[in-house]
Write a protein that binds this ligand. Structure first.
Ligand code: FAD
Length: 485
């Protein structure tokens, strides 16, 4: 059933499972656990639709690179899937095989642990069963870039697709406008005793359950862990510990432009770094999409005003002379967009701000920071791509200077793929959750979503996070069966 906690105070605890957050991760877990016969509460902070009231709780400050944390996430039923783009690429075995070259360990589990959940995760986001992640074009021949492999989900909007199932599945209570505001840890028992939820009028209630799962997105999961006084007092969470650290996004760097030789066609090509490239350059992975523009594309703010001038300039070959008016590309030019792996970095982190939101939860400050290793990755991908374009006699690449001159400020945008803030590791020295997604130092607190990613590769995060959610549901189901038998 679906109820509105703002008007219906009908929680029916204690529950077997209390899941916080109804985005792709929370909805997937809730349906799977309820279908296995357990009593499940799914507490969603937002309502059925977007509202300023709920979205305002995502406001946070930024002291690092701008990553638009307040705008890109969506805080209502279905979460950020309400505007995700649906691009899906699975992790590769190599993502799990080696540690990144930055003094932090990689994944403590092998790819096989999630590979078996790929068909089901594909079905959840409406990818055709049995469809292969096919290469869209040929690779680049020089051994550094294969063709990328990906599929596009419609994209699945989780609130629309799963509303009926959330309503009808026996044992499942979904409460909207039901905000997690505190996690109560019982130090003697070594487990979370209750979660405190609140409506928007500060009506608070304790919810008891045997297991709790944080599924509020990578930033909110870390924020709630840091905000819990009882977790801090018990030493499970420390303000300077691993919670919130190693925040990663995929780097969206415009590498530059290219001109194709004639006869090359104008279809967009998508390339992906090979494992050999990663090993040779000790660099991260990356996707490069090479698109030929049909129209003039401007990057300046005054785009509309300059349109006529730019077309004229392209026609008469004086484009470079008016670059000062607006940065632009002419029809037939190609642009190189990217989605590049960021390595885990202790300095890239979420911390708590001194200000609290209207429900008494400390606001977050984001400090998105890159390391020298990330600049190295960007430089290697750009330079090798340029070389291989030339070697394959495809055309000419003109890289932006900041790509190869790492002393220049980097121009970068986020992809809004939030990862790493509650990373998985073998020990608490290097992460927040163990290989079963359980928070170190607790017996019954788990985390779902891409915050658990130890490394992010250059695969889009949603389908893999669903694979992890399915794995977590199976693990908890088995554990519950064993303890209740
Ligand atoms: C513009 C855009 C495009 C994207 N495109 C892609 C793409 O093409 N491919 C891809 O793989 N990924 C893409 N993503 C990323 C994708 O949206 C996320 O990976 C995915 O939504 C994460 O799912 P989640 O369930 O972990 O978190 P979310 O979707 O963020 O859901 C979290 C839920 O928790 C709720 N919540 C928050 N705080 C509380 C609280 N205190 N109490 C209770 N509930 C709370 C929220 O309301 C929300 O419903 C894109 C993201 C953006 C912004």
């Amino acid at each position: 059933m679906i109820k509105d906690y703002q008007t219906q105070k009908a929680l029916r605890g204690p529950y077997d499972f209390c899941i916080l957050g109804a985005g792709p991760a929370g909805i997937t877990l809730a349906l799977r656990l309820a279908r296995a016969g357990w009593r499940v509460l799914l507490a969603e902070g937002g309502g059925r639709e977007y509202s300023e009231r709920s979205q305002g709780f995502y406001h946070c400050t930024s002291s690092g690179l701008e990553m638009y944390a307040g705008e890109t996430r969506l805080r209502f039923l279905g979460g950020t899937s309400n505007h995700w783009a649906g691009r899906c690429r699975p992790f590769d075995p190599s993502d799990f095989a080696a540690s990144p070259p930055v003094g932090l360990p990689g994944w403590p589990i092998g790819y096989g642990e999630i590979a078996r959940y790929l068909p089901e995760a594909m079905a959840i986001v409406d990818l055709p069963q049995g469809a292969d992640f096919k290469a869209m074009n040929a690779g680049l021949g020089g051994g550094d870039f294969d063709a990328d492999r990906f599929l596009l989900s419609p994209p699945t909007r989780f609130a629309q697709k799963y509303a009926q199932a959330l309503e009808d599945t026996p044992g499942l209570d979904l409460f909207l406008n039901c905000n997690c505001v505190d996690l109560e840890f019982d130090k003697a028992a070594g487990s979370v005793a209750a979660v405190v939820v609140s409506d928007y009028d500060l009506h608070r209630e304790r919810v008891q359950a045997r297991h709790f799962i944080l599924a509020m997105g990578a930033l909110e999961n870390a924020r709630q862990l840091l905000n819990s006084q009882s977790l801090r007092e018990a030493g499970v969470v420390t303000v300077d510990g691993m919670v919130g650290r190693c925040f990663m996004d995929h780097m969206n760097v415009e590498m530059g432009t290219f001109i194709l030789k004639s006869g090359q066609g104008t279809d967009t090509r998508q390339y992906y770094t090979t494992d050999a490239f990663v090993a040779e350059y000790q660099a991260g992975k990356g996707n490069v999409s090479a698109s030929v523009l049909a129209d003039v594309q401007t990057y300046g703010r005054t785009a509309e005003v300059k349109h006529f001038l730019e077309n004229l300039a392209c026609d008469t070959g004086v484009a470079s002379k008016i670059k000062f008016v607006a940065d632009f590309s002419c029809p037939g030019d190609g642009v190189l967009g990217t989605m590049i792996e960021q390595f885990p970095n202790l300095q890239s982190r979420l911390t708590l701000h001194q200000d609290k939101d209207a429900l008494g939860v400390a606001r977050a400050n984001m400090h998105w920071a890159l390391s020298d290793a990330d600049r190295h990755t960007i430089k290697c991908i750009g330079s090798e791509l340029a070389k291989q374009f030339a070697e394959a006699d495809m055309g000419f690449v003109k890289l932006n200077e900041f790509v190869y001159d790492t002393t220049q400020p980097l121009k970068i945008q986020p992809h809004a793929h939030h990862m790493g803030t509650t990373r998985m590791a073998e020990t608490p020295a290097h992460g927040v959750v163990d290989s079963d997604c359980k928070v170190f130092g607790t017996g019954n607190l788990h985390v779902a979503g891409s915050g658990i990613f130890a490394t992010g590769g250059a695969a889009n995060p949603t389908m893999p996070l669903l694979q992890f959610a399915l794995r977590l549901a199976d693990h908890l189901n088995q554990q519950m069966k064993a303890t209740t038998a």
